[in-house]
Design a protein around this ligand. Structure first.
Ligand code: ATP
Length: 351
C-alpha cells in the first residue's frame, strides 16, 4: 500500500464558469482517518472529492501527500479507490471481473490477482454471487461490489460519494456499519461525501461541514453536534428552532419573549445586536414559563414531534415523550445551557 502520514489540501479552489464551487479548502487528513464531507446539495462536496481524486483540475491551491505534490498527478497515479453513488460497475462483467479490474490494469500476476479478488469478495460477503453479472444483483449487493472493487487495489485513500443514497432505509443502516467496520478492519483512510447528518455523525472521525463552497466547521462528531460554529451548521445539524431576536446582557428578546441566556454558550455579541437563539426540539422542556398551543403532532414511536405556536405567533418545534395533540395548550422552557446564541450576521461571505 502506498501509505502516507498526512494528506494536505491547501486552499483548494475550483471555479466553474467564473463561479466558485469550492473556495480555499484547507484540510489535513491523517492516515487511517474517516472524514465526512457534509453539507446541503450544491455546497461543493462532490467538487472537493473530485479535486482530491484527480477527476477535476484545481483552479487554485494544492494537494500534498506527505512532502509530495499530488494535484499535478493524473487520477490513475494517485492510487486512490473510488465508490460512487450509482456504483459505476461494468454491466457486462461478472462480479469477479469487476472486482479484479483494477488489479488487471496494474498488471498484477494471475495467482495474486485471484487471491486478492477472492479476499475482497469475501470481505463484502458476496462469495455466492461471484460469477453473476451486476444486473442480477440487488442495489445493496451492487454497492458491495463497488466497495470491493475500490479496496482490492489496497488504496492509500478511499473516496466515497454518497455511496448509500440509492439504497432503502434498512439497507442503508446496515451498510453504514459495514463500511465503518471495513474501514476499521483494513485501517483504510476514507473521505466520505454525504448530505445526511446522521450518516456523517455516526460514521466519521471528523466532519467537514461545507456551505456555498466554504468550510463552516471541521471537528469531531461531538464537537459539531454540540458546538456548531455558526447558525448554518446548527441549522444543518438539527437545531430546528432558530429564533431571531435581539441580544441584551443575559437575555435574548424574541418576538415578545425574553429568554434567559445566563449559562448559554454565548459568543461575543454586542448588547442590542441582532442574534439567533438555536435549540433542538428535544431540548425544549415542557412545563415552565412560555405558553404555547400545539398545532401539529406527529407520532414517532417513543416521542411526539410537535409544532406549537406562542401567542405572539412564534413557531416552535418540540420533541417530547408526552402525548401531545393538536389544540393542547402547554407551557415550555428553554434551558439556558441548551441554548446557543449566534450573531445574526455571521455569514462567512459577509466577514
Ligand atoms: P450534490 O449533493 O447536489 O451533488 P454537492 O455538494 O456535491 O451537491 P457540487 O456537485 O460539488 O455540490 O457542486 C457545487 C457547485 O458547483 C454547485 O453550485 C454546482 O452547480 C456547481 N457545479 C458542479 N459541477 C459543475 C460543472 N461541471 N459545471 C458547472 N457548475 C458545476
Amino acid at each position: 500500500m502506498t501509505g502516507f502520514e498526512t494528506l494536505r489540501l491547501d486552499g483548494v479552489t475550483r471555479r466553474f464558469a467564473g463561479a466558485d464551487a469550492l473556495t480555499g479548502l484547507d484540510l489535513e487528513i491523517r492516515r487511517g482517518e474517516f472524514i465526512a464531507l457534509l453539507g446541503p446539495s450544491g455546497c461543493g462536496k462532490s467538487t472537493a472529492l473530485n479535486c482530491l481524486a484527480g477527476l477535476l483540475p484545481l483552479s487554485a491551491g494544492s494537494i500534498w501527500r506527505d512532502g509530495t505534490r499530488l494535484d499535478t498527478l493524473p487520477a490513475e497515479r494517485r492510487g486512490f479507490g473510488m465508490v460512487f453513488q450509482n456504483y459505476a460497475l461494468f454491466p457486462h462483467l461478472s462480479v469477479q471481473k469487476n472486482v479484479s479490474f483494477g488489479l488487471r490494469m496494474r498488471g498484477v500476476p494471475r495467482a495474486e490477482l485471484r487471491r486478492r479478488t477472492q479476499a475482497a469478495i469475501r470481505l463484502v460477503h458476496l462469495e455466492e454471487h461471484a460469477t453473476k453479472l451486476p444486473g442480477q444483483l440487488s442495489g445493496g449487493q451492487q454497492q458491495r461490489v463497488a466497495i470491493a472493487r475500490a479496496v482490492v487495489i489496497e488504496p492509500s485513500l478511499v473516496l466515497m460519494d454518497e455511496p448509500l443514497s440509492n439504497l432503502d432505509a434498512k439497507l442503508r443502516l446496515e451498510m453504514r456499519t459495514e463500511i465503518r467496520k471495513l474501514h476499521q478492519d483494513l485501517g483504510l483512510t476514507t473521505v466520505y461525501v454525504t448530505h445526511d447528518q446522521e450518516e456523517a455523525l455516526s460514521m466519521a472521525d471528523r466532519l467537514v461541514v461545507l456551505r456555498s463552497g466554504r468550510v463552516q466547521q471541521i471537528g469531531t462528531p461531538e464537537e459539531v453536534h454540540t458546538r456548531p460554529a455558526n447558525r448554518h451548521v446548527a441549522d444543518f445539524l438539527g437545531f430546528r428552532n432558530l429564533l431571531p431576536g435581539f441580544f441584551e446582557k443575559d437575555t435574548i428578546n424574541i418576538k415578545g419573549l425574553g429568554v434567559r441566556t445566563a449559562g448559554s454558550p454565548v459568543r461575543t455579541i454586542r448588547d442590542g445586536a441582532p442574534a439567533v437563539a438555536a435549540i433542538r426540539p428535544e431540548d425544549i422542556t415542557l412545563g415552565g414559563g412560555v405558553e404555547v398551543t400545539v398545532e401539529v403532532a406527529e407520532y414517532h414511536g417513543r416521542e411526539i414531534a410537535a409544532e406549537a405556536r406562542t401567542a405572539d405567533g412564534l413557531t416552535l418545534h418540540l420533541r417530547t415523550p408526552q402525548r401531545l395533540a393538536p389544540g393542547d395548550k402547554v407551557a415550555v422552557t428553554f434551558p439556558p445551557e441548551k441554548l446557543l446564541i449566534f450573531p445574526a450576521d455571521d455569514l462567512p461571505s459577509e466577514e
